[in-house]
Design a binder for this molecule. Structure first.
Ligand code: ZN
Ligand code: ZN
Length: 414
């Protein structure tokens, strides 16, 4: 971890958007014209679907939008994000690469997998080395929330960013032949799946009416997927309750649009190669992307899931808790000694808790091995239950001691 504090890490580096041009940014004409055109088309065609189109075609287009939205969103979260950018599984089979590269991920209209992944690796790079100027869609470049929102959500995609070795390294690192092929023919794939296919199918089914209806479904679906995915860069880095350790990302627990990527983004930045997006039961309950990865594993299409073990999770949670301990502003010698005593006590309780977690984790592994060997687990189940109870008790003790330490910090600071 870097030595900088969260305040230093999140300090703005630009005052206005105008300063970007002096720093080597320029508008990317192809992209902004494309995005603007698709947005205008979505509004016009969406209006046509709601107010003018015959009911049966409006319904068919609505179904198209829903399928497009779900497939496009999941393709980004499952494939571009977890499987490719973060190598959340050790082995991805050829059919999975083919399906997402030549169909699913194209529906997300976010650029090729190779480019998307290169940018996303830089987005996480700041967590490791603190160089936030390399994060393509940072939500902390500007001094106010509005600019940070606009940049991280939309504007970042409309600019050519200054060339960097870090981007090239990241781009060249993704060398799977199918991903490279998709990158090469990405323009053609977008033209086919977003425009030609729906227009052709619509025309075949219902003449010009079908042509316009399915084109409307495709264009509206594309715009909805884009904004849904972009909220991960904007909303989840700006608003929420549980701050992550290594980045500006926050767990907000409620933003479900990105199908598991939106609600536990703080957890994700603290352990990015996890195939899951959040720790604990709330992470499990709110993560459809995880269920799809488990389904792919069940079908034998991906193998070797990476995830934080309970000890690693507990270490992160303990560090977050300690990061929130208020520092003393001024104190006399006696108070300092007493405070130091309490601080040591908190650290000892943290160690006790982590040891209990480690013991529980070992027992769980043993239990799994015995289960495979068909040995009676009665005794081990009892041990497991006790180990789990000890983890809970020590965690509560540690949490209570942190609260006490904060209370003392306030008292002595007065
Ligand atoms: Zn992020
Ligand atoms: Zn990520």
């Amino acid at each position: 971890m870097t030595e900088i504090t969260p305040d230093q890490r999140d300090a703005p580096i630009f005052k206005t958007f105008g300063e970007l041009f002096a720093a080597g940014f320029s508008l990317d004409t192809t992209t902004w014209v494309f995005i603007l055109t698709v947005h205008i088309a979505a509004v016009v065609l969406g209006g046509w679907l709601i107010f003018i189109a015959p009911n049966e075609w409006a319904l068919i287009a609505a179904g198209w939008i829903v399928v497009h939205f779900i497939l496009g969103s999941l393709s980004t979260t499952v494939y571009s994000h977890r499987l490719i950018s973060h190598t959340a599984v050790k082995n991805v089979s050829i059919p999975v690469h083919l399906f997402f590269c030549f169909f699913g991920q194209v529906l997300s209209v976010q650029g090729s997998v190779r480019r998307w992944s290169a940018n996303h690796v830089l987005h996480h790079g700041v967590d490791r080395h603190g160089k936030k100027e390399l994060d393509p869609y940072s939500a902390t470049w500007f001094p106010d929330t509005l600019r940070n929102f606009l940049w991280s959500h939309l504007l970042a995609h409309l600019f050519n960013h200054p060339e960097s070795d870090a981007f090239l390294r990241s781009y060249n690192a993704k060398r799977h032949p199918i991903i490279m092929l998709q990158d090469r023919f990405y323009g053609l794939l977008i033209t086919f799946w977003i425009f030609l296919f729906p227009m052709g199918l619509g025309y075949a089914l219902g003449g010009w009416l079908g042509f316009v209806a399915l084109l409307s479904g495709s264009v509206v679906g594309s715009v909805l997927v884009q904004h849904n995915t972009w909220t991960v860069n904007s909303v989840t880095h700006l608003w929420g309750w549980t701050k992550g350790l290594k980045s500006s990302a926050v767990n907000n627990f409620i933003w479900l649009g990105p199908l598991g990527e939106g609600n536990h983004h703080g957890d994700h930045h603290d352990f990015p190669r996890d195939y899951r997006n959040g720790f604990g039961w709330s992470g499990w309950a709110l993560d459809p992307t995880r269920y799809i990865i488990l389904l792919l594993r069940g079908l034998g299409l991906v193998k070797g899931l990476n995830h934080a073990n309970r000890f690693e999770e507990a270490e992160i949670i303990a560090a977050r808790k300690l990061a929130r301990v208020d520092q003393l502003k001024s104190l006399n010698k006696d108070a300092a000694a007493l405070y130091a005593h309490w601080e040591n006590r908190v650290m000892a309780l943290r160690q006790d808790w982590l040891e209990a977690v480690s013991r529980w984790e070992t027992l769980r592994k043993e239990s799994k091995l015995l289960q495979q060997a068909n040995v009676s687990r009665k005794e081990l189940t009892q041990d497991l239950r006790q180990a789990k109870a000890l983890v809970k008790a020590r965690k509560e003790e540690f949490f209570a001691a942190v609260e006490q330490l904060n209370y003392r910090a306030h008292r002595y600071s007065r």
